[in-house]
Design a protein around this ligand. Structure first.
Ligand code: DGP
Length: 114
């Protein structure tokens, strides 16, 4: 989608600090990190949110989840723990309408989330 920020990052038109590149997914550092590790994993193709992705392309969904785990390994947070979060829709404060999985770690995190 031409007016989608994360499509722009996937295309290399918008700068981002990439941490992982896979055939159909990529990961980059969040611009406004909420933890020492805060990486976003996205699909190269445009999908509005996790529900539409899961139904449209389960194979890419699986690659997205595996990429998130690989980011956690790479960032050294698997042993200490990390959180993977999809925000979907208004109440969850999804601000970018291109599916993205937050991978957060490197500090103790409260539960339930705010
Ligand atoms: P969400 O609220 O779940 O839609 O999260 C969107 C995230 O995207 C938010 O944590 C900030 C991040 N973000 C927004 N614009 C940019 C950008 O231009 N570059 C990067 N790296 N991250 C961005």
């Amino acid at each position: 989608m031409s007016d989608c920020l994360f499509c722009g990052i996937a295309a290399g038109d918008v700068p981002a600090t990439l941490v992982l590149e896979r055939p159909r997914t990529l990961a980059f550092r969040d611009l406004n990190p909420q933890a020492p590790t805060h990486v976003l994993v996205i699909t190269r193709d445009h999908h509005a949110d996790v529900g539409t992705l899961a139904h449209a392309d389960p194979e890419v969904m699986a690659e997205l989840m595996a990429s998130a785990y690989d980011v956690a390994v790479q960032e050294g947070v698997v042993e200490s723990g990390y959180r993977s979060v999809f925000n979907s829709g208004r109440d969850a404060h999804q601000s970018v309408q291109h599916v993205h999985l937050h991978v957060l770690g490197g500090r103790d995190m409260s539960w339930p989330p705010g």
